[in-house]
Design a protein around this ligand. Sequence first.
Ligand SMILES: [Mn+2]
Length: 356
Amino acid sequence: MTDRPLKLMDRMALTENEAVLVHNPSNMFWLSGYTGEGVVLIGRSFRAIITDFRYTEQAEQQAPSFSVEMTDKSTSHDHIVARICEKNNITTLYYEDDFLTVREFETARKVIPGVEWKSLNRKVQLLRQVKDEKELACIAEACRITGESFERLLPNIKEGMTEKELALMLEFDMLTHGASGLAFDTIAATGAHGSLPHAVPGDLKIKKGDMITFDFGAKFGGYCADMTRTVALGNPSDEMRKVYQIVLDAQQMAQDAVMAGKTGKEIDAIARNYIYGSGYEGRFGHGLGHAVGIDIHEEPRLSMTGEAILEENHVVTVEPGIYLPGIGGVRIENTVVVKKGGCIPLTMPTRELIIL
Ligand SMILES: [Mn+2]
């Protein structure tokens, strides 16, 4: 594996007198492998994890190439950053203006004097966009667990179960089949509730004729999976059947178009134009997809405003939907790896309509 802090410093052309201060836990993990609380400070001649007693041993184990500095009652994270900066003649500190609160930044500026503060400008997130082999393997494994949990759930879905029960069954299954955690709160939405793209599972019971949307994902090795399927319990209405077929075709067309060199906007337009042209203008109100990695929602986006060009080994979702208030909704989502000339889907379960 290439040395990630070095990659970041080289990309920024960081000088001996500059350092990078990282507070965002996902960025800290990507740079160091450390998953606890605290901050990471990186310069040309030092790499430090600054944390408290609860995490020092963990930090030493997870990030052997970093020194571990411990805070105490009278020494805050900022005090230690100030000490390291002074010792190494650091005059410029790059910080995450997309993450630090105004209060945290004001405190840091008081405690760490004599440095010029510059925006890190999401440089770590930018580097995180292209996944390496190990990252791809983690996402693929997360997607495998997610897909298999869905397939194990299907025969156990029974009329009268609540959305909450279904969500919990999926989560229990993922966690007992290798997931290290959940990528996000599971969505299980039945019947008319399905018209809310991010419905919170409640006490609503599933009944014959309903379509049920599941949006969920396992985490594995620190990386997320993201998958959505909509299934029917008994025969759905003609309209929902028609809606399902349109979403399925839109998903297939858009996924077939995903490849390095295209913009997110171009891919989004394929699904959107098809759905709008099929009589559902305005009923697909969110972006087509997003990148996935350590965070569930990363850049680049596949959306109406997605100008970024897809690159090989970006991992993105393709998730069109149609939402009809008072009636229901359908969404189908695969996670895919962008390649030259196409993409490799990591979400395996069938996208054809499943009638239970
Ligand atoms: Mn998604």
